[in-house]
Design a protein. Sequence first.
Length: 196
Amino acid sequence: MEKDTLILLSGGLDSAVLLASERHRIGLALFVEYGQPAEREECAAAQKLVRLPVMREQADIPLHYLRLSLSGMDAMGASAGSGARVVPARNLILLSHAVGIALTRGLTRVVYGATAGDHDGYIDCRPAFVQALGDCSQLLGVTIEAPLSGLDKAAVVALGKRLGASMALSWSCYTPRGGRPCGVCNACIERDAAIL
């Protein structure tokens, strides 16, 4: 199968499952550093995930790093106790960069791990957003897809188990404490509920 795809790889559970499901098409993984509190842990997880063998083949996926300065945006802000980190239009920003990088690498498809559980809180994870931005990027010859968009977290985990995805290597905590998951942020709670 042709390696035509760039994946936005956060190192999180959703992107780990997406990586497993799309692995044979992925020509490049993109990790974006934008000042997120778990940047170091997410990057380490992404590095581990791209080095996993595909079936019996040992074929690393190239990992590209992009550093963005989102100063002036609330990259560190959170509502009390929520653990949510809100960067306005984050996926619009990340996907726009991903499309540009895909074009320079001769790739024609960009995928990211938006899920059904993201739709309520994040406009840029909703199918209408993916369709609208995808319509724009198609003018450049690149499609944008969110293959997990119809799945909630439990369904993503079930898919990951069927695919043999290395979910244990992923990182899904917004507010790490000493390099370990905090256990109380939204990402930790949602992950634990879906896996247990």
